[in-house]
Design a protein around this ligand. Structure first.
Ligand SMILES: Nc1ncnc2c1ncn2[C@@H]1O[C@H](COP(=O)(O)OP(=O)(O)O)[C@@H](O)[C@H]1O
Ligand SMILES: [Mg+2]
Length: 330
C-alpha cells in the first residue's frame, strides 16, 4: 500500500427540498460513487462547477461528513471504522483549511490562543511547549510573533488564511483538505498563499486534496486532477495530461472557459477546443449557461502573478453554516 489516502465508492445523498404536491422530499445524490487515492506528498485537485459535490467529498475524506456508503482508508487503516475517541485521536492526521478565513477562526480568541487550543486538543506538549510551537507556526506562515495576541478582525483576509493554515499545521497532520482556500482572497495575494501551501508540502511531505472551482489555480499546485460533475468524477489523471489532452468533453468545456493571460494562446486554444468538441459530445456539457457557474462562462480579467502562478477571479455563492455549506438559493 503506497497511497496515504484512499477513498472508494463514496456516496452521499442529502434530503432534498419538499416539492409542492409531494408527500416526501426526494433525497438528492450529492456524491455518487467517487473513488481516488492520494500518495504521500502529493496533491490531488478536485475541480468542477459549484454544486458538483466537491466539498462534500472533501469533508467525507476526513470524516467531517459520514458517507452513506463507500470506504475511506488512511495509511492502510479504515477511517470509517473508528469509534468516537479513536476518531478524535485520528484527526491529528487530517486537517482542513476552509474557504472563508473570516468565519473559520473564532472571533473571540486571539490568534495565538486559537493555535494553542488546537495543539492542546490534540494533546501536544505542555503549556510552555505549546506557546513556543505556536510562535514557530506563526513565524512559518509569515505572521510576526508580536501579532499573536491580536484578534482575527485585526488581520487581512490573506493573513487570516495564513493563520488558518498555521492552525491546520499545528497537530502535524499528514493530510490537509484545502477547500477553495484562496477563493475568498484578493487576487493579488492568492499566489503567495498557494506558494506557502506548496512550500509546506515540500517541507513536510504533506498530501493535499485541493478543492477548487477555479481551474487556473490547478496547474501550479496539483500533481493530479480529478474533474467532478454532478456528483461523479468524469475524468482523472496527471494534471499535465488532463490539461493538455482532456479526454472527457466536460473537461474540455471547463478548460475552454479558463482565462489565459496571453490573448494569442487564448485564440489558439479556443480554436482547438472548438474543433474537438462535436455536437454529440456537447450533450455531455452543461445544457445552458444557467446551470453553469458564471465563473466558467464570463470572460474574466486575469493577471499573471509571481512564481509562474496565474490566478483567475473568484466568486463565491456559498455561505458557511457551521461545517456544512449551502448555496443561498436553497
Ligand atoms: N448539508 C447539506 N444539506 C443539503 N444539501 C447539501 C448539503 N451540502 C451540500 N448539499 C448539496 O449537495 C450538492 C453538492 O454540494 P457541494 O459538495 O457543496 O458542492 P461543491 O463544493 O462542488 O460546490 C449540492 O447540490 C448542494 O446543494
Ligand atoms: Mg464547495
Amino acid at each position: 500500500m503506497s497511497d496515504l489516502v484512499e477513498v472508494q465508492g463514496l456516496r452521499k445523498a442529502f434530503a432534498g427540498r419538499k416539492r409542492f404536491g409531494r408527500k416526501k422530499a426526494e433525497p438528492v445524490a450529492a456524491v455518487d460513487d467517487v473513488s481516488f487515492s492520494i500518495p504521500a506528498g502529493e496533491t490531488l485537485a478536485l475541480v468542477g462547477e459549484s454544486g458538483a459535490g466537491k466539498s462534500t467529498v472533501g469533508r467525507m475524506a476526513i470524516r467531517l461528513i459520514e458517507p452513506d456508503s463507500g470506504s475511506v482508508t488512511f495509511d492502510g487503516g479504515d477511517v470509517l471504522a473508528l469509534g468516537s475517541a479513536e476518531l478524535r485521536r485520528w484527526r491529528r492526521n487530517a486537517q482542513m483549511v476552509f474557504q472563508d478565513p473570516f468565519t473559520s477562526l473564532d472571533p473571540h480568541l486571539v490568534i495565538g490562543q486559537t493555535i494553542e487550543e488546537s495543539l492542546q486538543v490534540h494533546g501536544v506538549g505542555d503549556r510552555e511547549e505549546r506557546h513556543e510551537r505556536m510562535l514557530g507556526l506563526l513565524d512559518r506562515v509569515g505572521i510576526r510573533p508580536d501579532q499573536a495576541d491580536r484578534y482575527p478582525f485585526e488581520f487581512s483576509g490573506g493573513q487570516l488564511q495564513r493563520i488558518a493554515i498555521a492552525r491546520a499545521l499545528a497537530p502535524e497532520p499528514r493530510f490537509i483538505v484545502c477547500d477553495e482556500p484562496v477563493a475568498a482572497l484578493d487576487m493579488s495575494i492568492r499566489a503567495s498563499v498557494l506558494n506557502l501551501l506548496r512550500d509546506l508540502q515540500e517541507e513536510r511531505g504533506l498530501s493535499y486534496l485541493f478543492v477548487t472551482h477555479d481551474l487556473s489555480l490547478v496547474r501550479a499546485i496539483a500533481h493530479r486532477t480529478a474533474v467532478m460533475r454532478q456528483g461523479r468524477i468524469v475524468e482523472m489523471g496527471p494534471t499535465q495530461r488532463v490539461f493538455d489532452s482532456p479526454e472527457h468533453p466536460y473537461t474540455r468545456t471547463l478548460l475552454a472557459a479558463v482565462p489565459i493571460p496571453d490573448p494569442r494562446i487564448q485564440r489558439d486554444r479556443s480554436r482547438t477546443v472548438g474543433q474537438e468538441v462535436s455536437p454529440a459530445e456537447l450533450e455531455e456539457a452543461p445544457a445552458s449557461t444557467e446551470d453553469a457557474d458564471p465563473e466558467w462562462t464570463t470572460p474574466a480579467n486575469t493577471l499573471p502573478v509571481e512564481d509562474g502562478l496565474v490566478a483567475g477571479p473568484g466568486r463565491d455563492d456559498e455561505v458557511v453554516v457551521g461545517l456544512e455549506k449551502r448555496s443561498p438559493s436553497e
